[in-house]
Design a protein around this ligand. Sequence first.
Ligand SMILES: Cc1ncc(COP(=O)(O)O)c(C=O)c1O
Length: 386
Amino acid sequence: MADDPLLKWREEFPILSRKTYLINNSLGAMPRTVYDGLKHFADMWNEDGVVAWHYEDGSGWLDDCEKTADLIGSVMGAPKGSVMLHLNVATLTAQVLSSIDFTGPRNRIVYDDMQFTSPHYVCQEWARYGAQLHVVKSEDRIGVDVQKLVDAIDERTAIVPISHVYFRSAYLQDVKPIIEKAHKVGAKVLLDVYQSIGTVPFDVTELNVDFAVGGSVKWVCGGPNVCYLYIRPDLIAGYKPALTGWISHARPFKFEMEFTPHKTAWRAATGTPPVVALYSARPGYEIIKQVGLPAIREKSKRLTSHLMERALEAGFKVNSPRDPERRGGTVCIDFENAEPVHEELIRRGFVIDYRPGGGIRVSPHFFNTLEECDAIISQMKELHRR
Ligand SMILES: Cc1ncc(COP(=O)(O)O)c(C=O)c1O
């Protein structure tokens, strides 16, 4: 590992010198330059006040919103103007559903029971607007049979909200056949990429997905509330959500009473965008781009395979896919007293988390070492025995 070129990035993440930080699928380690980003925001506010929204030279808070959305888009193959920023995935899911008419015969939402809770709760509530839920069940609580999802999609399906990588198990879903089937029958797909962006390479243009949603706090090492929606460029003009607001307008500062939607994905904006937060997210995306996703994925597979082998040798249950090609960046390790052990691990400086049904989630990133992976397994072995 000593000759691992990715380890030079460790100095960009100060927490790594104090903690064994292995929870990058929940909240990525903070890049040190986040302090500069947030100071830059405060300096603009302090020095220029309201003028900071937009400077004549094309910089300023609103301009930085667009630039940050395009930066995020560049990590997932989205063209400029097809990604916008919002506060969280829950609101964006509701917004996409609010663009669909569920009163006719095409009123089904097809998804699976491994989704993150935010989109699941929103979909459930949409029954009040006529949506019928068809939920495909996972048999092993790790993955969901892609064929079952494909078969469940038919002419009654309006939308298929699916996770690219499942938060509970790190199962990497094979989304292409789902998207193809949905398009064959006239349905749309909303892909939640929160657990894949920054660790699994993918390209929304190549996938031909209709919508993609996600956020910045995980593998892209950003702060909270920098979520985003990608709208496939040919769908933007027809995207008319009921959930809207003044920043969705083509000319927000004209305050016209007649609503004219913005011509880019920013028509999804609703109200004031996440200005402060974006300065906490940009450094992470810039680093991920510099490190490069192929190198990140290769190292992730190496570290997660190692963790998995060691965990199995120790007799622990592993609730993540054995096949590295079907696995995101996390290994979920479970045993009888895993929940209290996770609390003790945190007290000992090993930062991980615990999810009921999944176990202790261990998520090494490109800056972690094999030694750190070995160290957490030895700690688990010691604490498990107590
Ligand atoms: C797959 C996935 N989607 C969404 C979220 C977050 O949703 P929200 O932005 O509504 O908090 C998470 C985790 O925080 C997640 O793992």
